[in-house]
Design a protein around this ligand. Structure first.
Ligand SMILES: [Zn+2]
Length: 338
């Protein structure tokens, strides 16, 4: 039987939805910006989701759906989601609400776990039964598939590779520790470190400094708030750093290489611990390509030296913009075997 699921990817900047068949065919997909809702406006976000899901169902010709799969930013418990990037949702019962709306079984999980599962189903880790998937974006998330099964842990938080410590005593992390992978290699970390080096007078090739100056000008109106984008807070985005690095700016190249080495160190640790063959790395920062992946592979090779880990391969994610909605489908199908 070729079942059909409705899928949802809840992000801080965009909401994505699709209708995905059990054989992986995507019948329809749509995206809308995430409404800028503040605390107390939980329904504003859910209403936007309900409208989006109805529209994508209409695009697909309103098939009978067997379930709804959803990926969402963390943290979460088995009952409710509290995504850091959506302040309006604190303890929001997303699974129960979707179940009430559609009357079918629902699977909700962390978006990075969904990405890992999706890459194993149709992407860069296809056919692998032991691998880790990372999303290196504004933050760093991850999911681990071991012996063909996605690891969950007590409250579904297994795979949080963003808080593996890669630099003891290093950059302060939002979690309260120091030197976590997220604090050293996320998009925010890359932007912050690059901005700091410009401020310290390391002009590099000038490209980074030019981007920084432009970013600061844009940031002046409106005045930066804590929820403003990375570019407004640091004068730079990770994308600016990647562009400058592609143009040969040595400071930008060095910042990305450092991030890559930390990612490589973290995946080597996980491969040593869990006997994994593949690490799939996606997310905006991974878009920097070999500038990140080269140093990442070198560090992984340096630190993964056991018989079972030295053949670890680090590969870019393959599903691109559809990673979220395909991952959400993978979550549902994994939770509901035929
Ligand atoms: Zn941390």
């Amino acid at each position: 039987m070729n079942r059909v699921v409705l899928t949802l990817d809840v992000g801080g900047t965009k909401l994505a939805a699709a209708v995905v068949r059990e054989d992986g065919v995507v019948d329809a997909s749509r995206e809308v910006p995430t409404p800028a809702a503040v605390a107390g406006e939980a329904e504003t976000v859910f209403t936007a989701i309900a409208v989006l899901l109805d529209a994508v169902l209409a695009d697909a010709g309103r098939p009978r759906i067997h379930g709804v799969g959803a990926g969402c930013g963390g943290p979460m418990t088995r009952e409710a989601v509290s995504p850091l990037n959506i302040p309006a949702w604190r303890g929001f019962p997303l699974a129960a609400r979707l179940e009430a709306e559609f009357g079918v079984p629902v699977a909700v999980d962390n978006d990075a776990k969904a990405m890992a599962l999706g890459e194993g189903w149709l992407g860069a880790a296809r056919g692998e039964s032991c691998f880790v998937g990372l999303v290196v974006s504004t933050g760093v998330g991850g999911g681990i598939v071991l012996d063909g099964r996605l690891l969950h842990g007590r409250e579904t938080n297994a795979g949080h590779i963003g808080h593996v410590v890669v630099n003891p005593g290093g950059e302060p992390c939002a979690c309260g520790a120091r030197g976590c992978l997220e604090a050293e290699a996320s998009g925010s970390a890359v932007a912050r470190k690059a901005a700091r080096r410009v401020l310290n007078g390391e002009a590099g090739g000038g490209l980074l400094e030019a981007a920084w100056t432009q970013g600061r000008l844009q940031a002046e109106t409106p005045p930066p708030r804590s929820s403003t984008p990375v570019s407004a807070r640091f004068g730079l985005t990770a994308r600016d750093v990647a562009t400058a690095a592609e143009g040969g700016d040595p400071v930008a190249v060095a910042v990305l290489a450092e991030a890559g080495r930390y990612v490589g160190l973290a995946v080597a640790d996980v491969a040593n611990l869990l006997d994994l063959g593949v690490a799939v790395v996606g997310g905006g920062v991974a878009g920097a390509g070999e500038l990140l992946f080269g140093p990442c592979r070198d560090a992984a090779a340096t630190h993964a030296r056991l018989d079972h880990s030295r053949d670890l391969t680090v590969v870019p994610a393959a599903l691109g913009r559809r990673a979220g909605v395909i991952g959400a489908a993978a979550l549902w199908y994994a939770a509901h075997p035929p």
